[in-house]
Ligand binder design. Structure first.
Ligand code: BDR
Ligand code: CA
Length: 344
C-alpha cells in the first residue's frame, strides 16, 4: 500500500529530485504540490515545480502557488546555491500546465503525510486555519550546524516565525535536518551513472552537476547532500533515518541565532517532546550500490527490475527476481504518462 503525500516545496535542485523520487516510488502517491517562496521567488519555484512534473510525465498532479513571502520577514533567497532560475543547470522547457484552483487543505485527508521541503510559511498558515495534517516530515533545521548562518539552516532561517508555529502545533512532526542530510551525499559517480539512462536521469545528473559545484567549493564536499530527497525517502522507508523524540524550540529574536532549531539532544530542559529529530542515517540502506549499478540506496526506485511483467525497485527486488538485470530509469514515466511509477 502506498502512502499518500503532499509536497510543499521551493524547487530548488534537491526539491526537484525529491519530486522525481516521489514520482518514481511505488511506496508513495503524490497527491499535489504547493509551492512557497524560498530558494527563489514563488513565481520561479512554481514554474520549476511545473517543469519537473512535466519532465516526469505527471502534469495531472495539481500544483497550487503558495506564499509569496515569509510571515513576518523579507524573503531571503538562495540564488547563490540554486541560481537565478532556482533550478539552474538543465535546460527544461517552459511549462504549459495551468495551476490548480484546488484548496490544498482538501488534499490533507486522514493518512496523508505532508512533506515540506522549504520554509514553513504555508504550513504555519494551514495550522492557523485549523487544518491538521496527520503527520509532517519536514526537511529543515539542524542540531549542530547552520548553512545560511553559523546557527541556522536555510528553511528554518527564511521563516522562523512559521517554524515556531509548526513546532508548537501539536501535529506529529519529523525533522530531517542537516545532521542527517550531510551524511547522504550524491556524488559525481552517482550522477555519471544516471546520465546515460534517459531524459529524467540526464536531468537529475545535470541538476546534481550544478548543485555539486556549490557544495564542493563552499564545503569541500565530495558530492552534494540532496536534502529534500531524504525527507521523501524517509516516508518511503521510515527505517532510513533514526530519530529522537525530543523538544525543539525555534529562535526568532536573536542577533546571531535567528532560525536556530534548538534541539534538546540530551533532554536536559524537561520541556515536552514535540518532534522526531533525525540523528542518524542507516549506513546499510545508504550504502553505495555500485555493484547494483545504482546510486545511494534511497534512489533505488529509479532503477527497477522486472518480475512477472511487474517491475520492482531494486531495493525491494530480492535475489529471487526472475530476469535479474533488466533495469530501467525514469524514462518509463514518459512512456507511461499519467500512470506514474513503473513499479505500481
Ligand atoms: C534546504 O535549503 C534549500 O536551499 C534546499 O532546497 C533545502 O530545502 C537545505 O538547507
Ligand atoms: Ca527546498
Amino acid at each position: 500500500m502506498s502512502t499518500p503525500i503532499v509536497i510543499d516545496c521551493d524547487p530548488g535542485h534537491d526539491d526537484a529530485i525529491a519530486i522525481l523520487l516521489a514520482l518514481a516510488s511505488p511506496e508513495v502517491e503524490l497527491r499535489g504540490i504547493v509551492t512557497v517562496a524560498g530558494n527563489q521567488t514563488v513565481d520561479k519555484t512554481t514554474r520549476n515545480a511545473l517543469k519537473v512534473l512535466e519532465l516526469g510525465g505527471r502534469s495531472d498532479i495539481p500544483v497550487v502557488r503558495g506564499a509569496v513571502a515569509p510571515l513576518k520577514r523579507t524573503l531571503r533567497t538562495a540564488a547563490h546555491v540554486h541560481g537565478e532560475s532556482g533550478l539552474d543547470g538543465p535546460d527544461l522547457p517552459e511549462p504549459s500546465t495551468q495551476l490548480s484552483d484546488d484548496d490544498p487543505a482538501a488534499w490533507l485527508e486522514p493518512g496523508v503525510v505532508l512533506v515540506p521541503t522549504g520554509p514553513l510559511t504555508n504550513v504555519a498558515r494551514l495550522l492557523e486555519h485549523g487544518v491538521r495534517p496527520d503527520s509532517i516530515v519536514w526537511m529543515g533545521g539542524a542540531i549542530a550546524e547552520g548553512n545560511i548562518t553559523p546557527a541556522a539552516e536555510f528553511n528554518a532561517f527564511v521563516d522562523p516565525e512559521a517554524a515556531a508555529i509548526v513546532f508548537a502545533g501539536g501535529v506529529p512532526l519529523t525533522m530531517i535536518g542537516l545532521d542527517v542530510t550531510h551524511k547522504a551525499l550524491f556524488t559525481r559517480a552517482h550522477a555519471d551513472r544516471l546520465r546515460g539512462t534517459g531524459r529524467a536521469g540526464r536531468v537529475v545528473a545535470e541538476l546534481s552537476d550544478f548543485f555539486q559545484l556549490f557544495h564542493e567549493r563552499r564545503y569541500g564536499m565530495n558530492g552534494s547532500p540532496i536534502h529534500d530527497a531524504l525527507a521523501v525517502a524517509h516516508v518511503i522507508d521510515p527505517t532510513l533515518v533514526t530519530t529522537l523524540h525530543t523538544n525543539v524550540e525555534i529562535e526568532t529574536s536573536s542577533e546571531f541565532c535567528d532560525g536556530r532549531t534548538v534541539v534538546d539532544r540530551w533532554q536536559s530542559t524537561g520541556r515536552p517532546a514535540n518532534a522526531y529529530v533525525g540523528v542518524d542515517v542507516d549506513a546499510e540502506l545508504l550504502r553505495d550500490l555500485a555493484d547494483e549499478g545504482g546510486g545511494p540506496a534511497f534512489l533505488r526506485p529509479w532503477r527497477c527490475r522486472r518480475r512477472g511483467g511487474r517491475r520492482l525497485p531494486v531495493g525491494l527486488a530480492a535475489d529471487d527476481d526472475e530476469d535479474g538485470s533488466d533495469r530501467d530509469d525514469l524514462s518509463f514515466l514518459h512512456q507511461d504518462a499519467g500512470h506514474g511509477s513503473c513499479c505500481r
